[in-house]
Design a protein around this ligand. Sequence first.
Ligand SMILES: [Zn+2]
Length: 151
Amino acid sequence: MSFKRHNYLDDAIHYYDLAQGQAPKFMVIACADSRVCPSKILGFQPGEAFTVRNIANLVPPFQHGSSETSAALEFAVNSLEVPNILVVGHSRCGGIRALMSMKRDDSSRSLISDWVSIAKSARLSTEAAAGNLSFEKQCRHCEKDRLMGHC
Ligand SMILES: [Zn+2]
């Protein structure tokens, strides 16, 4: 009711246009972390960004098979023809902490460890480049390294 009263009714023509279809200029892939609000950070209004959120803002490799993120990418690129794709990472990411905390011979896998393991190349890259640093610093390194294309 608050949205309808304070947002929708103030901009009813815009929302009517959006109801007819979308043509966003951006696709955003962001972490599901509650502290990360892509539209707030990037200043997007409804209709400007097609967004998918997952733990650690990961993009699974094509060989990994289907996932919500893969399906969203396919739709954004093939159907919406978005010209820009943004990946929004952040510091102190719990997903990256889970990735960096995984034991090599971990037999007690969880859904989270299964998911973040698709970024194991980023973990290996971090261990090779920053293995001498503290665990926290390795996590910061991995958060940034993934954005440089090692995922
Ligand atoms: Zn995160």
